[in-house]
Write a protein that binds this ligand. Structure first.
Ligand SMILES: Cc1ncc(COP(=O)(O)O)c(C=O)c1O
Length: 382
């Protein structure tokens, strides 16, 4: 059996998520029910109860794949889309399809660790491209170019970034795509937080989806974060490269067959009301992010953002006086009923990943507790 390291972030979340009072570990915009979506949009969800519950459309229904192609805009169609059980399954499937022994892969760091640990499990040699403060925590092109080897097959990015919330501007994305084209390298862009570009500076263009920018870019995305329906487990892969899509579909036959038809129908309903949901979630993220920023500026002696979050639902918060944030995060969860993910899960000790897209009650209730618990931890460990 190939070695697979533990998925630290998912294991930490799973251990504490259901027992805490305040969840600041959540990465989804505060999740919605079908009733909530009906209230937001005025449109009712109807499931045709006469629909026979067969496997149905293996790649995802035509209607759903049309809608997904439209989300990414431009020229792509349903033939460029393959549906999966969340983006996590598309990411896994992509690595299962593209990389193995003898291949070299470059992945940004920090990142959702699936993005580098699964290619390594499939036998690829993985180099991490450290995102640095001096570059605003986005990829530096010269450093990226210096990591390329003759056998580099895949470069992996995440835009907006989990855990930093940094956003790669279109100009840098174009440079990355050109570099990939020059060396004939696939580009995987995990865009699961798209289109939550809620706090871009003035004059910053809305980032385009990488699948529109490069013929060998493969984008993965899902309904979990920006659409607030992680529970339907519906994600996708979208690319101009139909050979990659065919190869991925062929491998997917072995572990998926199809995604639930009920989830497919709910996803269609959600996407047909996407304008209401995205408007709600952009507002939620913007306001909660301001609330968090305000809290940090009042407690600068204790807390500081790593970089400047501009999109998505998460950020890394430096806990200035605490080095070992793993035991601190456990203390927060067990003694204070507050969930925040330790930066150690992202190779970034001394920080906590804060998810601010959850309800304002989680944030407004959790932040004063974070301050109180920090003081208590420092006293305890003085
Ligand atoms: C960067 C990134 N990619 C993929 C996923 C998986 O999300 P899902 O499978 O719910 O679409 C997550 C979840 O946290 C994530 O942060």
């Amino acid at each position: 059996m190939p070695y697979q390291e533990d998925f630290a972030v998912e294991q930490f979340m799973d251990k504490y998520e259901t027992n805490v009072k305040y969840n600041m570990g959540e990465t989804c915009c505060y999740s919605l029910s079908l009733d909530d979506i009906e209230k937001l949009s005025g449109n009712k969800f109807n499931l045709d109860s006469s629909m026979r519950l067969t496997y149905r459309d293996i790649k995802g229904s035509d209607e759903l794949r049309d809608m997904i192609a439209a989300v990414h805009g431009k020229e792509l169609t349903r033939d460029n889309v393959l549906v999966s059980n969340g983006a996590i399954a598309s990411n896994y499937l992509l690595y299962y399809t593209l990389v193995g022994k003898g291949d070299h892969v470059i992945c940004i760091d920090p990142a959702y660790s699936q993005l580098y640990s699964v290619p390594a499990m499939f036998g690829a040699e993985v180099d991490l491209l450290k995102l640095e403060k001096d570059n605003g925590y986005i990829p530096n092109l010269d450093t990226l170019a210096s990591l390329i080897k003759p056998n580099t097959k895949l470069i992996i990015i995440n835009n907006p970034n989990n855990p930093l919330g940094s956003v790669i501007p279109n100009s840098i994305m174009k440079d990355i795509c050109n570099l990939c084209a020059e060396h004939d390298i696939y580009l995987h862009s995990d865009e699961v937080y798209r289109p939550l570009f809620h706090s871009l500076p003035e004059g910053f263009d809305i980032p385009d989806s990488a699948c529109n920018m490069y013929s060998k870019a493969i984008v993965t995305c899902s309904m979990s974060k920006a659409y607030s329906v992680a529970g339907i487990r519906l994600g996708w892969m979208i690319t101009q490269d139909k050979q990659v899509l065919r190869d991925a579909a062929s491998r997917r036959d072995y572990n998926t067959i199809s995604v639930s038809v009920v989830d497919d129908r709910i996803a269609q309903y959600v996407l047909s009301n996407a304008n209401y949901i995205i408007e709600r979630n952009m507002k939620l993220c913007k306001e909660n992010y301001k609330f968090l920023t305000n809290f940090i500026s009042k407690h600068q002696e204790d807390f500081e953002y790593i970089g400047t979050p501009q999109g998505g639902t998460v950020c890394l918060l430096k806990i200035k006086k605490v080095k070992d944030t793993y035991p601190f995060a456990e203390f927060l969860a067990t003694e204070y009923g507050l969930l925040a993910v330790p930066g150690e899960a992202f190779n970034f000790p001394g920080t906590l990943r804060i998810g601010y897209g959850n309800s304002i009650e989680d944030l407004a209730g959790g932040l004063p507790i974070l301050k109180e618990a920090t003081d208590a931890w420092l006293l305890k460990n003085a």
